[in-house]
Design a protein around this ligand. Structure first.
Ligand code: ADP
Ligand code: ZN
Length: 629
């Protein structure tokens, strides 16, 4: 018969039961009754004991158990004055008894509490249930691990963090939208899994690893699940950050476990999220390498090399930082296919919205087009979240179907956070109103700025007031004039505060604006060659200091260039600020009127705003880039 854990356990359980009773038996006798050298099994009542004392028949008393039990030697007159040993339960430690014994000159002794017997007895009582529960749990787990067995998604692994297995993901390519190229590329992987012979027959090597590259929430996990779903194979997943543990060796053993399970269930998909957490360049980072990470990475490489292309395991990994990955991971035979999964464009957003609108009740007036237009930069996950927020709002308002009102509120909420309660009319409300109208008026009067969508004094998230601009689709090219316009618009808030209330009254409300301004200005100088410094590209795409790699190579330019960059940035920002203040001063009348209106209504929409401004001055034509659906 083949050895199997299940049969072994079936025998082990009765054996444990018998063992338990034997164990219990051996401890059952370790009660105070026989703590004396000679067992005294005959009991005597306390009252009787007192009578014996009065009758002077007691020879000796041995106190046990903190004075609660006594073994008494007494003379039995009825049995030829033979000495009997009797056990007496006492009502507690009584000093009077001791005094009495001394008075009567009775031999007595006090024995310390012997706990070990009791402890073992207790352990004996505990160990059995623990073993039994442990055994049953183990049995239960074994029987569930059978592929296709009852446990659909469950966890494995020797320690806390572990990997997940889904026998059937239930996700199909239809559920993934807006990333058509990636889907097409991955269609082939499904065929690898379903009909490997088609490839092996002509001598093609089936790829083992696919790297999905893209920002969070773009549907990388969803895509990997869809491959498993389409191919009808199990889906194993783990996050790279779970590998990186405090204890050296844990990560590596997790990788081993994962691949062991995967091999047992091949063909299958193994998905490793955030692979950069383990797969970062070896030996990089502050303070040298990280042993644990390197061991884990090495184990991963070993495992990937260890199985041949046709075992039917395809490893899909996801990352946002392919540039920091160890080159060994990207070598042929490992993650040699890279697929970019980016945030969807307007058409993609519409498709994602359609997918997530399937199970929602939408009112007639809802236009998914309009939502797609309003949401540039949203990832698939953001859009899913948006529709869900709108549905929650709808339920809260006790409506039957989601209307455009809920959608708009949900967009605002997803972008800017929770709505707060508006301030009561006060000086600071007035100041915030001038600040926001400042942004809006510059946005309206400076050519090249996106048009105002609405201005509001209803706080949201961190912001105490907000000016929304109609978002234009992320353009391929942005002109110098457009960036300058944005910087002026961002400075418009502070400019209005200063012009209206004076230099001493400006507030901290412009902190966020200033940050945006300096980012934009710095990029003009260092990346786009839009300053007097000339057409230099002084910085790479990412100016973020990344512990893995970039830190050491960051400052490619000298101190002198650095100070010239600073001077250029300052001059751009100053120039824009001057211009913004000038626009504010020239339009003070309409600004005052708009501020009064804003304080009264709390929100002014873009159309009304422009109508009022147009009564006083000409509004430049906006060449708004309207995306085609
Ligand atoms: P990632 O792995 O790239 O961080 P996920 O796959 O975990 O993103 O996406 C989270 C959720 O967002 C998905 O479960 C899905 O509901 C939604 N989502 C993201 N991208 C898409 C997409 N392209 N199509 C449909 N839904 C998407
Ligand atoms: Zn502002």
């Amino acid at each position: 018969m083949k050895f199997s854990w299940r049969t072994a356990l079936l025998w082990a359980v009765p054996a444990l039961v018998i063992g338990f009773f034997l164990w219990q038996g051996s401890f059952a006798s370790s009660t105070p009754a026989n703590m004396g050298r000679n067992a005294a099994n005959t009991r005597m009542t306390y009252g009787r004991f007192l009578e014996y004392l009065d009758a002077d028949r007691v020879v000796s008393v041995d106190l046990y158990d903190g004075g609660r039990t006594a073994i008494v030697e007494a003379v039995d007159s009825e049995l030829d004055n033979r000495v009997q040993r009797l056990r007496v339960d006492l009502p507690g430690s009584s000093p009077e008894l001791v005094t009495r014994l001394r008075q009567d000159n009775i031999r007595f002794d006090v024995h310390p509490v012997r706990n070990d017997g009791a402890v073992w007895g207790l352990l004996g009582n505990l160990i059995f249930p623990v073993l039994l529960i442990g055994g049953l749990f183990f049995l239960f787990r074994r029987s569930n691990n059978v592929p296709g067995g009852p446990g659909q998604a469950m966890s494995f692994g020797k320690s806390r963090a572990r990997f997940q297995m889904e026998a059937k993901t239930g996700v199909m390519f239809d559920d993934v939208a807006g990333i058509e190229e990636a889907k097409e590329e991955l269609q082939e992987v499904v065929t690898f899994l379903k009909k490997p012979e088609r490839f092996t027959a002509v001598g093609a090597r089936i790829p083992k690893g696919v790297l999905l590259v893209g920002p969070p929430g773009t549907g990388k996990t969803l895509l990997a699940k869809a491959i498993a779903g389409e191919a009808g194979v199990p889906f194993f997943s783990i996050s790279g950050s779970e590998f990186v543990e405090m204890f050296v060796g844990v990560g590596a053993s997790r990788v081993r476990d994962l691949f062991k399970k995967a091999k047992e269930n091949a063909p299958c998909i193994v998905f490793i999220d955030e692979i950069d957490a383990v797969g970062r360049q070896r030996g990089a980072g502050i303070g040298g390498g990280n042993d644990e990470r390197e061991q884990t990475l090495n184990q991963l490489l070993t495992e990937m090399d260890g199985f041949e292309g046709n075992t039917g395991i395809i490893v899909i990994a996801a990352t946002n930082r392919p540039d920091v990955l160890d080159s060994a991971l990207l070598r042929p035979g490992r993650f040699d296919r890279q697929i970019t999964v980016d945030v969807p464009d307007i058409k993609g957003r519409l498709d994602v919205l359609k997918v997530h609108a399937r199970n929602k009740k939408l009112a007639e007036d809802i236009s998914l087009d309009a939502i797609a237009r309003r949401t540039p930069g949203f990832s698939g996950a953001d859009l899913a979240n948006l529709l869900n927020e709108a549905a929650i709002l709808t339920a809260r308002r006790r409506k039957d179907a989601i209307t455009m009102l809920e959608i708009d509120d949900a967009v605002d909420r997803v972008i800017a956070g929770m709505e707060g309660t508006p301030l009561v009319d006060s000086k600071s409300k007035r100041l915030i109103a001038y600040h926001e109208i400042g942004h809006a008026i510059i946005g309206t009067l400076v050519k090249g700025h996106d048009p105002v969508q609405k201005v509001t004094l209803i706080p949201r998230g961190q912001a105490r007031g907000l000016t929304w601009f109609a978002p234009s689709e992320e353009q391929m090219l942005i002109s110098r004039a457009q960036i300058m316009a944005r910087i002026q618009g961002a400075r418009g808030g502070r400019a209005a505060e200063e012009v209206v209330f004076g230099d001493a009254e400006v507030t901290t409300g412009a902190g966020n604006d200033l940050q945006q301004v300096s980012n934009m200005a710095r990029q003009m100088v260092t990346r786009f060659g839009m300053s007097d410094l000339g057409p230099l590209s002084l910085e790479g795409q990412s100016s973020e200091v990344f512990l893995g790699r970039d830190l050491m190579t960051r400052s490619e330019y000298s101190e002198e260039i650095a100070s010239r960059i600073d001077a250029q940035v300052r001059s751009i920002v100053e120039h824009c600020y001057d211009h913004a203040r000038q626009v504010i001063r020239e339009n003070r009348v309409v600004i005052d009127r708009l501020v009064d209106l804003l304080i009264e209504k709390e929100t002014i929409d873009g159309e009304e705003f422009r109508q009022i401004v147009a009564e006083y001055t000409d509004i430049p034509e906006k060449e708004q880039y309207t995306p085609q659906l």
